[in-house]
Design a protein around this ligand. Structure first.
Ligand code: PEP
Length: 251
């Protein structure tokens, strides 16, 4: 089965209104038609405007970087899945290691966010990955397995098929250190085997698993060429149109 190839940009808390608009326009102008799905994940305030700029480009979609787990209510400062859906958001990044570390998000909370995103017809991009000390102890499969099981295994097979997984070793995010192509392949194959065991070969083979962690134009090609790597979640390099487009073109 041919899986969807995806390159998703996570702008994090970067770019003011004008810079976000300029970056989006530069990406739209440079993007060539291809089978790769390209996803832009700007901060909330950009969503409406980015959507206006990308809405006629067929392989370009919009992601939010978070959402609240409740449908609506008195949660000052928060944004709901329904609000995102109304801005044409198709994907929501959930479980990012920065949200786990700085906002104390647990797999239990992330599971609720995954549910509300699916209920609103959007796709979660579920991030998992081990910190350095866990990798040094050789316990990465155990930890990532737990993250997958606790956040995802309550889903039906039908819902699981709508999820995108991003494996992001915490020690490689924003550090300039990248997992070797072999390390990425090994973990992606392991994640796919867990999905196959819990669901089926069909669900596992259809699932796009992205790699994230210091992906740059110079290393993207080698990482993306691994059999179980279906693309990337890109932080720093998604902030420069040339770098981001070079990564998209490296399939
Ligand atoms: C990320 O934050 O999801 C990420 C992969 O960041 P970077 O590419 O900067 O390591």
């Amino acid at each position: 089965m041919k899986r969807k190839q995806i390159v998703a940009g996570n702008w994090k808390m970067n770019k003011d209104y004008e810079a976000g608009r300029d970056l989006t326009k530069a990406i739209v102008n440079a993007l060539k038609p291809s089978d790769t799905l390209v996803i832009l994940g700007p901060p909330y305030i950009h969503l409406m405007n980015v959507n206006r700029i990308i809405k006629d480009v067929s392989n370009l979609e919009l992601a939010a970087q978070n959402c609240h787990e409740a449908v609506s209510g008195a949660y000052t400062g928060e944004v709901s899945a329904g609000m995102l859906k109304s801005c044409d958001v198709g994907y929501v990044i959930l479980g990012h290691s920065e949200r786990r570390a700085y906002f104390n998000e647990t797999d239990e909370l992330i599971a609720k966010k995954i549910d509300v995103v699916l209920e609103h017809g959007m796709h979660p991009i579920y991030c998992c990955g081990e910190p350095l000390e866990v990798r040094e102890d050789g316990k990465q499969n155990e930890l990532v397995g737990e993250q997958i099981e606790q956040a995802l295994f309550h889903l039906s097979a039908e819902d699981m098929a709508k999820v995108v997984i991003a494996y992001e070793p915490v020690w490689a995010i924003g550090t300039g250190k990248t997992a070797s192509p072999e390390q990425a392949q090994e973990m992606h194959a392991y994640i796919r085997s867990l999905i196959e065991k819990q669901y089926s070969a069909e669900v596992a083979q259809g699932l796009s698993i992205l790699y994230g962690g210091s992906v740059k134009p110079k290393n993207a090609g080698e990482i993306f060429s691994q059999e179980d790597v279906d693309g990337g979640l890109i932080g720093g390099a998604s902030l420069k149109a040339d770098d981001f487009i070079a990564i998209v073109n490296s399939f």
